[in-house]
Structure formats: C-alpha cells, structure tokens
Design a binder for this molecule. Structure first.
Ligand code: APR
Ligand code: PHB
Length: 389
C-alpha cells in the first residue's frame, strides 16, 4: 500500500492532522490500536484555546462545537476561603472555550468517516522503517495479516505509550521528566456546575477543581494520593472532601449526585527532543505530557499539528522543506512554555508531601500576590487563553 502521510494514533492529534491534510488534498492513513468506541470512552479535559478552535474550524469540524460550547471569559482561583477572579477577557481580549475533548474527538471521527478517510482500527505491531530515509515505510498487523505502507512522511500521534518516540534512537533523543507525588481523582456527575466559571482551589487539604461539560454535566477533581484507587472513594466521601477544599460559598451551593465516571490520573511533565527524526514527526502526547492543571494537553498538541500541517502543506505545494525542517524547533519553543505554565500552576496550587511550613508560606504568598497584582494575573491569563502559534 502507499499513501502520502501515515498517521500513527487515532486520538485528537492524529485525527485533527488527518482531517486538515484531507481538506488540503493530502492523503493520509490513520492507524489506531484500539476501536473508535474505546478511544471515545476516554474522559479527558474540556478547555480549548481559541487557536485550537480555529484549527477545528479550518478542518471544517466546528459546527457542533459552535452550537454546544460555552465561552468562558474568566476563571476563579481560591486559597482556603479566599477567592478571586482572573478576568481573561479584560486582561487578554480573549477567552477559552469549554467543550469536552471526547466530543471534539467524536466530531473528528465523524468528519473522517464522512470523507471516507482511511482509518484502520485494532492495528497491532506497528513498526516504523527507514524513518531517516527519503522513503519511510510503516508495517502493522490487523486481523492476523501483516501490511506494509510506503509513504512520504510518518506522523507519530500515538501518545505517551506509543511506538513513535521509541523509533528515534537514544543517541539522538533527549527526554526531560518530572513526576508529581500525587494524582487527580476525577468524577463526572449529571448535576449543574457549582459556578459559571471554573474554580481552581488550593487548600491545606490539597487541590480541587470545579469544571463542567455543559449546563447539566459537571466535572470535579480533587488531588489524591498516588496510592489511592477510585474504589477507595465513595461518592459521598468525594463530595465531602471537595466541599472541604473549595470556598464555603461554593461548598454550600454544590449540587451533588451519583458519579457516572470516576478515575484517577497521575501527573507528570515530560518532553522529548527533538520532535522530528528524518521523515518522522512526533505530535501531541507522543512528544510531551503536562499535568492537567493548566488544561494544556490537547491545546499543546494542537500547536504541534498547526506547525506540522503548515510544513507539510508547504512541501506538497512547492517542494520547499523549510516548514518541516523547522517543525521541531518551532513546536518545542511553544511546548516548553506550556510545560512551564502547567508546572508553575501545579506548584502554586497543590500540597506536596515533603512541603515545609516555609513552602506553605511561599505558596500562600504567591496566591496573595496573584490576587493583588494585575501583571501577575495578566501573565497567568496570557498562558491560559493560549500563547500565539
Ligand atoms: N499503534 C497505533 N495506535 C496507538 C499505538 C500504537 N502502537 N499506541 C497508542 N496508540 C493510540 C492510542 O490508542 C490513542 O488513541 O494513539 C492514540 C493517542 O491518543 P492520545 O493519547 O489521546 O494523544 P493525542 O492524540 O496526542 O492527544 C493529546 O489527549 O491524553 C490526552 O491530555 C492529552 O489532551 C491531550 C490529548
Ligand atoms: C476538565 O474540565 O476536565 C478540566 C478543565 C480544566 C483543567 C483540567 C481539566 O485545567
């Protein structure tokens, strides 16, 4: 078989790239290890930068999002019982869009299937051959049969546990990692959100986040121990702990209900350099991971897709390789800023097991400075709405 671009991974990164390429008349084939339903069963974050929204528009996949999304002009930060708003609109002239990543991925799948896109599910043993040559090849097994695809380029969109990053030799690859000593226990509940804007709450008992998917579907998180499992937490225990961490006014207004999903996510910061090797390009979680505190996972992946799509479009239109040659450098410049922001917000709002009293005081002072200083708020706001591509 032959195609122009093989996309390994049918998550949001791979699907967005494949759909953008399709709209440009560039052929691609998506190889996904799981099934569509399995991919759509993953519960992920739900805050989009306007850059991500623009890419969805460019991909021709924004109709449902435009109808169902919520525009948020601000967020709330709280520390114990003190709270203040960060006015994103006033500070940056921009906003964020609340729309579940699962819905975004569903919209992309629908678009690819409507265009008869080449989506291969349940693929196994994906291997990348000759990535550092002019004629890379990808092999995979499906239903016990081995297939070979000759292509021009390979986009490694197969997430943190995929094969693409491993295809870059260790002699070339540098990895940077920080693992946080806690996780996030998240639940979905068919209840109205406690607050019209997201609440990022820090408290002596740990971090909590009040988020949402729509007017009757709320998403809540509490920082938890890495030794916890979802079964350790009854719904009642979760709600009681959440109320202890958010401001009293919100705790009293909180509408609780049965969880329809409950899971724990570990937190890590991770970057691999370079994000390109020969004709292989890493995108999204395959190249970098951020703690969800800043809602930068999908939005940083979107930045990668923007740069790679720009470079591939230029190559196929003119033969000029300038765009793909500077992909890794441009993508990493934006990735590192998102990694810094996510680490900074995580460090400010979470309790750390080995924290001293002095450390607690530093955190409280950082939040107090954020509350009182417009420049500090503007810095947070600029990063939160999304730095320019
Ligand atoms: N072969 C084929 N597919 C694979 C392989 C493989 N060897 N390994 C992983 N995959 C698939 C996974 O099943 C998954 O569907 O690649 C896809 C990668 O998707 P994501 O992990 O969602 O990564 P990405 O598309 O970059 O999206 C980043 O997802 O994890 C969140 O927080 C993250 O919001 C961010 C977004
Ligand atoms: C979510 O709604 O799941 C969400 C929102 C903001 C974050 C993280 C997760 O920073």
């Amino acid at each position: 078989m032959k195609t122009q671009v093989v996309v390994i991974g049918g998550g949001p990164s791979g699907l967005l790239l494949s759909q953008l390429l399709h709209r440009q008349g560039i052929e691609s084939m998506v190889l996904e290890r799981k099934t569509r339903d399995y991919v759509l069963g993953r519960i992920r974050a739900g805050v989009l930068e306007t850059g991500t929204v623009d890419l969805m528009r460019q991909a021709g996949v924004s109709q449902r999002m435009d109808k169902e999304c919520m525009l948020h002009d601000g967020i709330v930060i709280s520390h114990a019982d003190e709270q203040f708003s960060i006015d994103l609109k006033e500070l940056t002239g921009s906003h964020v869009v609340v729309y579940g990543q699962t819905e975004l991925t569903r919209d992309l799948y629908d678009a690819r299937e409507a265009a008869n896109g080449q989506l291969m599910f349940n693929v196994e043993h994906v291997q990348i051959h000759n990535a550092d040559s002019e004629s890379p090849r990808v092999s995979y097994v499906q239903d016990g049969k081995t297939y070979q695809i000759d292509c021009d380029f390979v986009a490694g969109c197969d997430g943190f546990h995929g094969v693409s990053r491993q295809a870059i030799p260790l002699s070339v690859r540098n990895e940077y990692e920080k693992v946080y000593p806690f996780g996030w226990l998240g639940i979905l509940s068919e209840t109205p959100p406690v607050n019209p804007e997201l609440i990022y709450a820090s408290s002596p008992r740990g971090f909590a986040l009040c988020s949402m998917r729509n007017a009757n579907l709320s998403r809540y998180y509490i920082q938890c121990s890495l030794s916890d499992s979802p079964d350790d937490w009854t719904d009642t225990a979760f709600w009681e702990e959440l109320k202890r961490r958010i401001p009293t006014e919100a705790a009293e207004a909180l509408v609780t209900g049965p969880s329809i999903e409950k899971s724990i996510a570990p937190l890590r910061s991770f970057v691999t350099e370079p994000m390109r090797w020969g004709r292989l390009f890493l995108c999204g979680d395959a190249a970098h991971i951020v703690p969800p505190t800043g809602a930068k996972g999908l939005n940083t992946a979107a930045g990668d897709i923007h740069y790679l799509f720009e470079g591939l479009t230029q190559y196929y239109a003119t033969g000029d390789t300038q765009g793909i040659d500077c992909y890794s450098q441009k993508a990493l410049a934006r990735v590192w800023k998102a990694v810094r922001f996510s680490w900074s917000l995580t460090s400010m709002l979470h309790t750390f097991p080995d924290q001293s009293e002095f450390d607690h005081k530093m955190q409280a002072a950082e939040v107090a400075f954020m509350k009182s200083n417009r420049h500090a708020q503007a810095m947070l706001a600029e990063n939160y709405v999304g730095l320019p591509y």
